[in-house]
Design a protein around this ligand. Structure first.
Ligand code: GLN
Ligand code: ZN
Length: 762
């Protein structure tokens, strides 16, 4: 009999209940009790939804972040918050986001706001966790209260509870040694707390504990491999059985290590590492349970149940009772329930599965394995029909797009002349001063703008009125930029809700959910558009707005587009073709837009690739391939223009060391990047590489409400000029200004323009 379990359930709630409860609490609009109750209700509801499983996860719920939860469980908090008094949850929020609720802070005579915990991406997902901070003197003490409370709730509800914790090696690996000390030296102390934790759980009647070790799908050196052996040899005497969970990729070189850890079970990602399962069967000790993640926990597509069973049945035969079945990873990374999507196109909807539906699929698979396919005949037939329909749908397959892709050669990505020639031609035409000033694209998205858009979407504002409101916003934006004296203007992006959704809505091959939210960090969620079919641009997407904006000024107006790689990386993408193919299709669509803008007389076109870096695969050995098609896609989108057209790109980060060659290969005439916080040190990568084209290192940290002074920005640019020849430097903010207020933006940009003037005069 195959056993079913789940690695984790999305906690934000089908209608983002947790988000709203958290934000109300932080603003002081609701009590701690009310928030705690929402957490309880969500856990109860989610366990009820998982009641068909043999084991449901406990401890996967979090008020902010599961890694931070683990830090609290291990009694491992940054020194700056150790002396806090007051409620534990308030202190938890202080570590997470720098402060707790308005009410708690008002009463906290002892402990005000502190620096928020540093966040970084959880493996290759768009989820961000709070980074554990280590020093040589870090100590750990067990605080099992959160897990025990949730366990008691689950047991009361009659749930077969399987507590979920982050494994000791992954916990160490994803943290940061603040003093440069060797984190692995902390492992023995850490293991003592893990031992105590497992004992505590055993005492509560727990039989299995899921220990997440996704580090096993990354490249490990000998020291870290050894750490795995050390850790699990120490934990093996525990009275509970351990299920070591790996996900997000292949075990590769770590396969033998993973198979032979002295634990009772191993979970592997049978979506991304399917070809490893058979070899693993041969390697696995005879007593060990193998959990196969057979439902994709990272996408929103229905599983091909028949194909999965064809593969799975012989394996089930061999494993018998030692087989467990689960989604590939925690369902944290998918939306909660497709049922809520009443407005979604019914054809597309019939191909999708969100978390709730994925668990139903799991149930169907388990029943088929345990009782034979006849037991779930109807479900299998419906599933097969959906698969067949999707494979044959004209909505998915557009022969014209496939034909265009066939003719898409690297020549398409080649500018006519090298940068040096182009830049001279552009300079003659654009006549920009030294240290030209510009912005990254968006200006403040005011309440009025958002209201107009939501009324337009709701149908209470007609198209003509909406468009004239947006034109008025463009007028204002152009007027302000002219009076500030900026050199290259933007239209301000008032008409855009989001830099990906805006384009997705105008492209064939995209669908949009209403409630398809996925947690990004804390209370923040994203709603990735669904790329389901071949991508076609039925008509120009931005030309009319850009033309209008250009008609309001004699200064150059930048056309503003999102690049193919960023559109891809911020979408749910197809599983029926490689990511690269979807990316090339997007590139062709953006290329058409670029050429239309050029034809309309736009001389400068910016193509944002904010998410290029975050698409890097987990294993470095796969980087080359990704960067190859990502850069090729950008080049296809951008490089069909005349020499005189200036291509800009923008990237919202500054870690370029390991991808600088790829960035240079994109061959954008100008790149703007985020550097304000790092004191320009991050330009080192460009300096050492002898990056040849123009660079605009951000001098205004737009993430902060602070207004940078002229002097500060001059100093930053002087530091930049020590690294990059001044003739190739631009002066601009770090990123778009849409989250800021006009009252902040105007003085900041005034100072920025003054800084450029001072630099020119020097
Ligand atoms: N052009 C976009 C803006 O200014 C770029 C934002 C981004 O890269 N995240 O908003
Ligand atoms: Zn940015």
């Amino acid at each position: 009999m195959a056993i079913t379990h789940n690695l984790g359930f999305p906690r934000i709630g089908a209608k983002r209940e947790l988000k709203f409860a958290l934000e109300a609490y932080w603003k002081g609009q609701s009590s701690l009790d009310a928030l705690t109750q929402v957490g309880k209700d969500l856990r109860q509801r989610h366990w009820a939804q998982q009641s068909a499983l043999d084991f449901a996860p406990v401890g996967d719920f979090s008020f902010y972040d599961q890694v931070l939860d683990m830090s609290f469980t291990l009694g491992h908090l940054p020194a700056r918050v150790k002396d806090f008094h007051g409620d534990a949850l308030d202190n938890y929020f202080r570590v997470a986001r720098g402060r707790s609720s308005a009410a708690a802070e008002a009463h906290a005579a002892c402990c005000g706001g502190v620096a928020a915990g540093e966040m970084t991406k959880w493996f290759d997902t768009n989820y961000h966790y709070i980074v554990p901070e280590f020093t040589a003197t870090t100590q750990f003490t067990l605080d099992a209260s959160r897990l025990l409370e949730q366990l008691a709730e689950a047991q009361l509800q009659g749930v077969q509870a399987k507590p979920v914790i982050i494994g000791p090696v992954t916990y160490l690996a994803i943290g940061k040694a603040k003093d440069g000390s060797n984190k692995l030296a902390l492992l023995p102390a850490l293991l003592q707390v893990y031992t105590a934790l497992l004992e505590t759980l055993a005492a509560q009647g727990v039989s299995w504990v899921q220990v997440d070790e996704p580090m096993l799908v990354t490249e490990l050196d000998a020291e870290w491999q050894h750490a795995f052996n050390l850790a699990y040899h120490q934990l093996k005497s525990s009275r509970v059985k351990l299920m070591v969970a790996t996900y997000f990729g292949q075990l590769a070189d770590n396969q033998y290590l993973a198979a032979n850890l002295p634990v009772a079970g191993l979970h592997v990602d049978a979506i991304n590492a399917r070809q490893e399962v058979l070899p693993l069967l041969a390697m696995l000790p005879a007593h060990k349970v193998l959990s196969l993640g057979v439902i994709n926990g990272r996408n929103i597509w229905k599983t091909d149940l028949t194909a999965t069973l064809d593969w799975l049945e012989p394996i089930a035969e061999r494993l018998g009772d030692r087989l467990w079945l689960a989604p590939s990873c925690s369902l944290l990374h998918v939306p909660v329930d497709l049922q809520s999507e009443v407005a979604l196109d019914s054809e597309v909807k019939s191909w999708l599965a969100f978390a709730t539906q994925k668990l139903e699929e799991l149930q169907t698979l388990a029943l088929a394995v345990n009782q034979g396919r006849d037991a779930v005949k109807a479900a299998l037939a419906t599933n097969l029909a959906a698969m067949v329909a999707r494979r044959g749908s004209q909505r998915v397959h557009n022969p014209a797009v496939k034909a265009a892709l066939q003719t898409c050669t690297p020549v398409l990505g080649q500018r006519q002349q090298p940068y040096a020639v182009r830049s001279a031609k552009q300079a003659a035409l654009l006549k920009l001063p030294k240290y030209p000033t510009t912005t990254i694209g968006s200006f403040p998205q005011t309440a009025a703008i958002r209201q107009a858009r939501s009324q337009f979407k709701a149908g209470t504002l007609n198209l003509a009125t909406y468009e004239s409101a947006m034109r008025a916003e463009i007028d204002r934006c152009v007027r302000e930029q002219e009076s500030l004296g900026l050199d290259v203007l933007v239209h301000g992006e008032a008409e855009r809700n989001d830099m990906v959704e805006y384009f997705g809505e105008q492209l064939e091959g995209y669908a949009f959910s209403q409630y398809g939210w996925v947690q990004s960090y804390g209370s923040r969620c994203v709603k990735p558009p669904i790329l389901f079919g071949d991508i076609r641009r039925p008509q120009a997407m931005t030309v009319a707005w850009t033309n209008y904006a250009q008609s309001r000024t004699t200064k150059p107006m930048k056309g503003m587009l999102t690049g193919p790689v960023t559109i891809l990386n911020w979408s749910f993408v197809r599983d029926d073709q490689p990511r690269s193919v979807s990316c090339y299709q997007l590139a062709l669509a953006i290329r058409e837009e670029v050429l239309d803008l050029e034809k309309a007389g736009i001389q400068i076109i910016q193509i944002d690739e904010a998410a290029l870096r975050e698409g890097l695969p987990l294993r470095q050995s796969a980087w080359k391939d990704y960067l190859q098609w990502a850069v090729a896609s950008f080049r296809i989108a951008a490089n069909g223009v005349q020499d005189t057209t200036q291509i800009h790109t923008h990237m919202c980060y500054s870690e370029f060391n390991d991808i600088i060659a790829a960035i240079a290969d994109m061959d954008a005439d100008v790149i703007t990047i985020e550097t304000a916080r790092s004191d320009m040190e991050l330009l080192d990568a460009f300096e050492h590489f002898n990056y040849p084209n123009d660079i605009g290192p951000g001098v205004y940290d737009i993430h902060s409400p602070n207004i940078p002074t002229q002097q500060h920005m001059v100093q930053l640019m002087q530091k930049a000029a020590e690294r990059i020849p001044a003739e190739r430097l631009w002066v601009n903010p770090d990123c778009g200004l849409k989250t800021r207020q006009w009252e902040e933006v105007l003085p900041a940009l005034r100072n920025m323009v003054a800084a450029a003037h001072a630099l020119r005069a020097a």
